[in-house]
Design a protein around this ligand. Structure first.
Ligand SMILES: NC(=O)c1ccc[n+]([C@@H]2O[C@H](COP(=O)([O-])OP(=O)(O)OC[C@H]3O[C@@H](n4cnc5c(N)ncnc54)[C@H](O)[C@@H]3O)[C@@H](O)[C@H]2O)c1
Ligand SMILES: [Zn+2]
Length: 372
């Protein structure tokens, strides 16, 4: 550790939800504090680290050492194969059997160490095992830090679609160590900035301008800036989720860029990352909103500039009817209309209900205009 490493201040963000409150500890090097944080937030005697084959070899030793130093009886490690394709009921079953074999009791603690897939898997296993044991989330990807670690959603995929089986289960604590981002593949890191831009558009004009001036991911990672940005993103998601814990109203605005983004993701056969698709969706809906007079041209231009500065796509070549085919199957669709989140200005968005025909028009409008 260099002198510079040590200078980065830690930030603690308190998240209060109706079903439980917890702290999100954001810092550089805080992985060594997982044991003490778990001890204070969750107590318990025995713990088990749930992780996957990429992240486990990098960080599980350090996390387990920290847990042991805090007095935990570390009951072995449960490692599943990394990747979204393993976010399944079969993996969940294996994890649950593993927790039972290790004789974890209701007072014990699951520590989920990894990206969003691990957060979902470990969180759902904790929600179900013995009808619920405490879980400490240790997100190691940018997406997991800024998005999935807040809100208490956990899920696995079915053959019929992503995230179709799950539960709301709040963690006892979250420990986000931005130093873990050093080992994340660069493309994936850049991809996840799509969600950061989305949060900035929803709630923080200053953050959006800061991202536009200076892309978040550059040659060296600025840990101090990452701590600030992750903590701010946690606050933004918290404020939305706080107001509305169970998916309705305000929480829907977190879907900004996602209606079109999900369609691009599916139509590209998941070749394009989720964050990149959200970024493109964000730009399309921003340009369409400017064309409709729902926001100013300047707002749309600022959004597109912020996306472009990160090196993320600002549009798509996929045909509108192809995208519409996927949007018509969106699980958030009700009757023949879909809810689309549109920016009103930087810092505010609203949900609009549009027919599929209107949606097609929006996608077409969103291909023209600023930065297209
Ligand atoms: N529960 C929620 O609220 C919520 C919200 C958003 C997304 N998600 C879920 O999150 C998942 C996507 O998250 P993700 O992008 O983190 O996926 P992921 O967990 O698959 O991680 C992406 C890749 O990065 C690797 N990785 C993670 N951290 C690393 C590190 N520090 N060093 C090296 N490699 C590392 C992983 O092994 C994997 O290969 C999806 O399954 C999505 O559904 C959940
Ligand atoms: Zn998303």
């Amino acid at each position: 550790m260099t002198e510079k490493d040590r200078e980065v201040a830690k930030r603690v963000v308190r998240v209060s939800a109706a079903s439980g409150s917890y702290d999100v500890h954001v810092g550089a090097g805080v992985i060594g504090e997982v044991g003490a944080i778990a001890r204070a937030a969750a107590g318990g005697g025995r713990c088990c680290v749930v992780t996957e084959t990429n992240v486990g070899p990098l960080y599980a030793d350090a996390v387990e050492a920290s847990l042991a130093a805090a007095g935990y009886d570390v009951a072995g490690r449960l490692v599943f194969a990394a990747g979204e394709e393993h976010k399944t009921l079969a993996t969940l079953g294996a994890l649950l059997e593993g927790l039972a074999e290790r004789e974890l009791t209701r007072d014990d603690v699951v520590v989920a160490l990894g990206g969003g897939v691990t957060g979902d898997m470990g969180g759902l296993a904790a929600a179900l095992y013995l009808r619920g044991v405490r879980v400490v989330q240790v997100p190691t990807s940018l997406l997991a830090m800024v998005d999935s670690s807040v809100g208490g959603k956990t899920a696995v995929d079915l053959a019929a679609g992503k995230n179709l089986v799950g539960a709301f289960w709040q963690p006892a604590a979250v420990v986000a160590d931005v130093r873990c981002l050093r080992t994340v593949p660069r493309d994936l890191l850049v991809d996840s900035v799509g969600e950061v831009v989305k949060h900035a558009v929803l709630a923080d004009p200053a953050l959006l301008d800061d991202l536009t001036r200076d892309p978040l991911v550059s040659d060296g990672l600025d840990e101090g800036r990452l701590v600030d940005v992750v903590a701010r993103n946690v606050e933004i998601k918290r404020d939305v989720v706080d107001a509305d814990e169970r998916e309705a109203g305000l929480r829907q605005t977190l879907n900004l860029g996602h209606t079109v983004g999900h369609a691009i993701e599916a139509a590209s056969g998941f070749a394009l990352g989720h964050g990149s698709c959200v970024a493109a969706g964000l730009c399309i809906v921003a340009r369409a909103s400017a064309a409709e007079g729902w926001c100013s041209d300047e707002t749309a231009a600022r959004i597109v500039a912020a996306v472009s500065a990160q090196g993320l796509p600002t549009g798509t070549d996929l045909a509108t009817d192809v995208l519409l085919g996927y949007m018509a199957h969106d699980k958030k669709r009700h009757a023949d209309a879909v809810n689309v989140v549109v920016p009103e200005r930087v810092g505010s968005a609203r949900v609009r209900r549009v027919s599929l025909a209107e949606l097609a028009e929006l996608v077409d409008l969103g291909r023209e205009g600023v930065g297209a």
